[in-house]
Write a protein that binds this ligand. Structure first.
Ligand SMILES: NC(=O)C1=CN([C@@H]2O[C@H](COP(=O)(O)OP(=O)(O)OC[C@H]3O[C@@H](n4cnc5c(N)ncnc54)[C@H](O)[C@@H]3O)[C@@H](O)[C@H]2O)C=CC1
Ligand SMILES: NCC(=O)COP(=O)(O)O
Length: 332
């Protein structure tokens, strides 16, 4: 049987836990369990040094490009650091290195060599001097794919899927950036993805309000009346199962969630604390609406744990498994 296309795993911020959780996974049997090539991207010496600190012995074959990963197993594309990296001390001098990993992975997916990207965490503040207004992988990959702004961040874990109407914007800007056009596009991307990757023929999405008590009939904010309700009405008129806006503080109850496929929250800290409470360490961050498949961990660089061997690999394993399943599902 022909091997599945490889998944590319970017090892992320060199000072964080990314390199060691990648090396730990490459020391295990996940690639063989999935029967798929897993190609790790990063500086070979760095990853193997971090592996030593944590007691892992990654068994990878070093290759030049992903097309050489033609059978199940672990592979490494060695991309040199620009500057020596110290555990727990991110340095802007390695920002280009971090982006090189992403650029290569993205391009290998766009050309069809690889099935998808799984990203270990990056330190966003390190990239900002090189890429002004850098927000994260999600927005960066959308730009690289030639569709800036046309992407949705969704986290999945603990039986929940929570997508976001806005991502990494200051809280004070959320009401300014929320608008009907973007919200409608976000919902359409989310509905399409639930059909394409999770096989939901008629996905049901619950949508939160922005304000306390979903605005309390306009007395505590009017974004529900001006922006959210008209968008929901348009989609409902087309037959889509979207409902809301619901007060976010009481929406996340089993009796409301049991018939829903996903929740759309209006901003980062409205939706993600619930998700992370339910599943931190096993959750997956998924970029929807891109021409490539991309999943990621639910955690950050954990600089306090880097090099200690205490970082949990659960979320990276979940992200790899999720990308594997999404790829298989979208092809079936
Ligand atoms: N996908 C990505 O690239 C993400 C990147 N980040 C970035 O990471 C940096 C640090 O963010 P923080 O808010 O401090 O969040 P963080 O997730 O790095 O750390 C929060 C807490 O969770 C713990 N933790 C994180 N990962 C863990 C793991 N694998 N095992 C056990 N414990 C773990 C940390 O030790 C810390 O106590 C920031 O620059 C942020 O932007 C944050 C989230 C996702
Ligand atoms: N809170 C999620 C997060 O920070 C991950 O962002 P991204 O790098 O996946 O865009």
């Amino acid at each position: 049987m022909t091997a599945l296309k490889p998944l590319l795993i970017t090892s992320g911020e060199p000072a964080g836990v990314g390199p060691e959780i990648c090396a730990t996974i490459a020391a295990g049997s996940l690639a063989n369990t999935l029967n798929r090539p897993l190609v790790f991207l990063g500086d070979q010496r760095l990853l193997e040094e971090r592996a030593q600190l944590t007691g892992a012995s990654p068994g990878w074959k070093v290759i030049q490009d992903a097309s050489q990963a033609n059978s199940a197993g672990n592979y490494l594309i060695d991309i040199a650091l620009q500057y020596p990296s110290r555990v727990g001390k991110p340095d802007t001098k390695n920002a280009r290195y971090v982006l090189d990993l992403l650029d290569l992975a993205c391009d290998e997916c766009l050309t069809g060599v690889a099935a998808g990207i799984v990203t270990a965490p990056i330190q966003k503040s390190v990239i900002s001097p090189l890429v002004p207004h850098f927000q994260g992988h999600t927005e960066y990959l959308a730009e690289r794919c030639g569709q800036p702004g046309e992407v949705v961040m969704m986290l999945a874990g603990g039986g929940l899927k929570v997508a976001l109407a806005t991502t990494h914007v200051p809280l004070s800007d959320v009401p300014k950036v929320l608008n009907q056009v973007d919200l409608e596009r976000t919902l359409r991307i989310l509905l399409d993805a639930l059909r394409k990757y999770w096989g939901r023929s008629a996905p049901h999405v619950l949508v939160t309000g922005l304000n306390p008590h979903a605005g309390e009939s306009g007395t505590m904010g009017d974004e529900e009346i001006r922006i959210i309700t008209p968008v929901l009405a348009r989609l409902q008129a087309e037959g889509h199962l979207v409902s809301g806006p619901y007060p976010a503080d009481t929406l996340f109850q089993p009796r409301f969630l049991k018939n829903a496929d996903a929740v759309l929250a209006m901003y980062h800290d409205q939706g993600l604390p619930v998700l992370k409470y339910a599943s931190f360490g096993e959750g997956v961050n998924i970029s929807l609406g891109l021409p490539i498949l991309r999943t990621s961990v639910d955690h950050g660089t954990a600089l306090d744990l880097a090099g200690t061997g205490k970082a949990n690999t659960g979320s990276l394993v979940s992200a790899i498994e999720c990308a594997h399943q999404m790829d298989k599902h979208s092809r079936s």
